[in-house]
Design a protein around this ligand. Sequence first.
Ligand code: ARG
Ligand code: ZN
Length: 476
Amino acid sequence: MTPPHQQPTGRPAPDRRGGLVAAGLPIAVVALLAAAAGPATAGTVGSSGAGDPYFVLAGNGGYNVHHYDLTLGYDPKSRHLDGRAVVTARATQRLTRFDLDLKGLKVARVTVDGVKAAFRRDGQELVITPRTAVRKDKEFRTTVTYAGTPKPVTDPDGSLDGWIPTDDGAFVAGEPQGAMTWFPANNHPKDKASYDFAVTVPDGTTAVANGVLRGKKTSHGRTTFRWRQSEPMAAYLATATVGRFKVEQYTAPGGLKVYNAVDPREASASAPVLKKLPSVLAWESKVFGPYPFHGAGAVVDRAPQAGYALETQARPLYDRAPDLSTLVHESAHQWFGDSVSLTTWKDIWLNEGFATYAEWLYDEQHGGRSAQKAFDALYASAADSDLWAFPPANPGSGARIFDTPVYARGAMALHKLRKAVGDRTFFRILRTWAGDHRDGHGTTAQFIRLSERRSGKDLDKLFHTWIGTKGKPSQP
Ligand code: ARG
Ligand code: ZN
């Protein structure tokens, strides 16, 4: 559990700013672990990590997942979860053995292409040895049957992440590591896949996942909710949040299916903000390009134990009634972070800087403060402020990926880019970024290259100053 003195981290909200705790592993240990995990090797054993130095065991090597089919049952009273995951993947090398990430829970059975496979647990690694090796380039199906009481992980920054029990169900948010607390996954945004969910909960309780609701069936006092996210999704963006919710469903202009689930205790506070969701998404579609997913909506839970919101794909998850800026922020992530994914957690400013800048743009274009004013107010921060503590494009460890420089200085960098290239080019860059990398990935280097290509300017110095160095830049 999070010690009480630690602030949950995430999007810095006015009521919970400051006091962020940085408690990472010593650099030497991180480097050692990184070397041990490494990317996929030439052998026949899939590696235990995807090669991310911030979370060395996150993800695995040797295969790419195409689809997760998750069948879950949850009882909020006993906190018991039953699960069966069918993971369809393609081998990128011959595999005599490979890992999935799964933390806690008890695995009863694993099969690969219908044949019982040997397995063992090693920390967060579920190590699977199929009866016969999987051939390179072959599509194969791993079925994992498991059960138990899921426990969230505590991230290096002290925040809870994963399957977080609430008084009426569970708040299920997985950034950056928590997906593995409730299903076996290739738990790194490098590997995106489509998802089907069938979640069974006691009647009167609702289970909300990503994408579009495909059906709902009640029998013997239990209701099964079937959800589908057909566009590729990073594991950390998957949710199967459970609670007693008021549900609202409608089709927005343009045909987008909206499904909102709201804790009744948060209903009156969230109603005026949720009413704006269609217009926020319409505005963002105008500025960033077409909305990237099937399905939209929000889950508004009451989850003080989490203390942050998350841009769960197609349906952001809020720990309380959100304010309008938070709604704009999590919605903007659908383009920046969800559709265009990270390949390494170090690049997190591509998510958080962009979503924060979306808030500034929204204000500016809706009669509020201009982005320039927002920039100026931040630039006025003292030289020893946390804002300048590290370069946004190099947080240095997983403990700092949700700290102020990533969000605020990341947004400042985009504002500097806009000033340098002009509005027309800037907005074309944003749309091209979202369009070219839609349902895929993007890196900081690619974003800089795109900005230079579109503007015809050398922007090395600008990016170096605003995302690549620590300390307060001498010029605003
Ligand atoms: N991406 C979320 C946001 O919109 C923050 C998630 C924070 N997660 C955490 N484990 N602290 O800002
Ligand atoms: Zn964010």
